[in-house]
Design a binder for this molecule. Structure first.
Ligand SMILES: [Zn+2]
Ligand SMILES: [Zn+2]
Length: 318
């Protein structure tokens, strides 16, 4: 009798553990590419889905094919590369049209299935006018130079309202960022129910860009930090601290990243911000930069943020 009771207790404890583990995870991320240059097999692209589903939105699309292959190898996702590309990726959310964020999308377009590309108008214009044209490639879009192959439907995001990310169960709001003024980039606040993920495309610091774009973003998300509704922040750190200020080209260094996080912490509170995983994206891996940047981020992390260095193909649960 005693043993049965004990077994029952262990069984129930197991169920409680599984349920609480489920309750803690809200989103699933599979990085398909993590670098901000040089290695064309591993450039910015992050699959994001609601936990427990494989209905992904692909945030930036620098690398697709190699990243999917790697994710299969790492057992982060089941299936074949063509199936995952065509069926599991439901759409693309593009922060800005630099090649390291769209090369995978363009190159894989002949093999892809019909889906939406979501972006702010400045970004859709470049895709339409510079890449999906008959001189550069083929027009797989549903606007621009004729004939239109209409595989991709351009969905223009607005800064004032949420847009449905079709077939993913998620919604998105977009924010303009400054990326080597006057060049623009975007941040995306993705929502499922009352849980959020924030993804920043390439961005310079407000101090360098003479901008207030990051400050406005931090002000907007501060309440979500305080209430712990924000489950993760993706933000770039492209260069080590030694990079001269006039050679930043609209990017962050570890020092500038911590300055921005301190502003966000001031607008919310540090103890909440420390609980939110911060995924460091877009390291430019030239020379020994990757090691330098990681060392500077670890040694400079006096405010004890929860930093994550993503690996191509390795699952992240938020
Ligand atoms: Zn980039
Ligand atoms: Zn860029």
């Amino acid at each position: 009798m005693k043993t049965i009771f004990l077994r029952l207790c262990i069984f129930l404890a197991g169920i409680v553990f599984v349920i609480s583990a489920f309750a803690q995870n809200h989103f699933k991320i599979i990085p398909l590419g993590v670098y901000g240059g040089s290695d064309e097999s591993n450039l910015s692209a992050y699959l994001l889905s609601v936990h427990g589903t494989n209905n992904f939105i692909c945030m930036d699309a620098g690398t697709l094919h190699d990243g999917i292959e790697k994710a299969i190898e790492e057992k982060s996702i089941n299936g074949t590369e063509p199936d995952i590309l065509r069926n599991d990726i439901k759409g693309y959310l593009i922060s800005h049209p630099h090649l390291d964020h769209v090369a995978g999308l363009i190159i894989n377009s002949p093999a892809d299935s019909s889906k939406n590309i979501y972006a702010l108008p400045f970004c859709l214009n470049t895709l339409e006018e510079k890449y999906f044209t008959w001189e550069s490639w083929a027009n797989f879009g549903d606007e621009g130079e004729k004939p239109l192959l209409k595989k991709y439907h351009y969905v223009s995001l607005s800064e004032d309202s949420e847009t449905v990310l079709q077939n993913t169960g998620m919604m998105v709001s977009a924010f303009e960022l400054s990326h080597a003024f006057p060049n623009k980039s975007s941040a995306f606040l993705v929502r499922h129910d009352s849980d959020f993920v924030l993804y920043l495309g390439d961005t310079g610091a407000d101090t360098i860009e003479q901008s207030n774009r990051l400050k406005l973003l931090w002000q907007y998300i501060a309440p979500l930090v305080t209430q712990l509704q924000l489950k993760g922040i993706f933000i770039e750190v492209s260069f080590p601290d030694e990079q001269p200020k006039d050679k930043l080209f609209g990017h962050l260094t570890p020092g500038l990243f911590f300055d921005e996080m301190k502003i966000l912490s001031g607008l919310s509170n540090l103890s909440s911000l420390q609980k939110i995983p911060i995924i460091i994206t877009h390291i430019k891996p030239d020379g020994d930069n990757e090691n330098k940047i990681k060392k500077e981020l670890v040694s400079g992390n006096t405010i004890k943020l929860h930093l994550i260095f993503p690996q191509q193909g390795s699952l992240i649960k938020l």
